[in-house]
Design a protein around this ligand. Sequence first.
Ligand code: FAD
Length: 448
Amino acid sequence: MDASAREIYDVVGIGFGPSNLSLAIALEEHEANVEARPVRAAFFERQPSFGWHRNMLLPSATMQISFLKDLVTFRNPVSKYSFIAYLHAADRLVQFVNNQTFFPTRQEFHQYLEWVESGLSDRVSYDSEVVAIRKAAGTGAGEPECLEIEVRDGDRGRTHVRARNVAISTGLVPRMPAGVRRDDRVWHSSEFLEKYGRVDPNDLKSVAVVGAGQSAAEITRFLHDSLPHARVFAVVPSYGYSVADDTPFANQVFDPSAVDDYYSGTEQTREAFWRYHRNTNYSVVDDEIIRDLHQRSYDEDVRNDRRLHFLNLTRVDDVRRTGTEIRVGLRSLIDRETRALDVDALVFATGYDAMRPTNLLGDLDRHCLRDTAGRHRAERDYRLVTTPELSCGIYLQGGTEHTHGLTSSLLSNVAIRSGEIADSIIRRRAEDPEHRPAASLGTARRTA
Ligand SMILES: Cc1cc2nc3c(=O)[nH]c(=O)nc-3n(C[C@H](O)[C@H](O)[C@H](O)COP(=O)(O)OP(=O)(O)OC[C@H]3O[C@@H](n4cnc5c(N)ncnc54)[C@H](O)[C@@H]3O)c2cc1C
């Protein structure tokens, strides 16, 4: 074991998407991160380089939150990592203001995230998938209990690091209908641009998109634009797309204070939150895209030249493959009639499930307490409630929708959420008599 094996990080972050990027900044900017007692953090990301939903960076797709809900501003409006600081560095601040929008494109927001990441790249390892977390065996005399994090290091094998805390921010999990397998022509929206890029567009004469949410509508529009020779089918389980409510009062459910109301509320309060406010985020579409798609459909009617088809109140029963052909079994929810649709590519924009830490936790999960519905209990600071036998912290960014509400996996509250986690890690460190002072906030160093 070389010197780096003895390193015990204050926190190891798993995944380096916006949530842990924001946490890295919150730790760096924390007032207790001083030279005499620096905060030690390391992050591991399984992608080969930074990327935020790259396969959905469709041209002109815009953010669904204000640019002021960037990685830092709500926590620290004078941070050097704000979206405004990025615009200034990119020499676009004036033109952005002239553009008069709160909602930059996702491509521009991605550039912002990459710009932030370039200032923090010394503490992240790419091509590094965390495969397990366990209690570290045999910490030395005088050393605190710690966790051992096992990392699959590209094709270089496995390495291990030790930490007092982990912050699991591995993101949403793509959801496919039961029994449907993805392949080179059957895609989930999370892999859309990559898979689409591998197909000759001339081979796509008929395509279908399944789903009623923002990604479904965006992909339908993209295919209608990009494949002017193709028939485009939108298979929508509802009567049509529903609008995302982003009016001011409805938007308050994304406020930092809404997390307190949700967290301290009764089961009935939480249930009411979801019932009344799902339409701010789930299975809803921006007004502009709905109107645009409807206009296209209407124009085709006027020209009597229809190639954009909306199959409303329709569900996919099954998908059969023969060679490059795809036969989709459809069922109408009106009369239960079934029909077959042959397409050359099929996109399931069927959403995501919440982050699930269970696989990563393995045996450690038995120390994590659950509520009566079998869900992980979490403290207000996003730390899992554990048995007294485990003194290390397991923090979640995502997967706490049942305790912290709608914003758990969203960017809306990322600055405050990651700030609260940073505060908690550092406050608990100060209160922890076991904790020895360590070297510096710096690069991940690992042992084989
Ligand atoms: C197309 C799309 C657009 C969206 N737009 C918005 C929006 O406008 N506003 C909003 O509030 N929310 C939006 N969301 C919601 C989304 O959850 C957030 O934008 C954001 O991605 C959350 O950041 P995250 O870091 O928690 O998760 P992610 O961005 O998903 O990042 C998780 C990271 O963890 C990595 N990872 C996973 N497992 C491991 C492992 N075992 N080891 C190492 N690394 C791992 C992944 O590779 C990934 O990079 C959007 C979601 C999608 C799909």
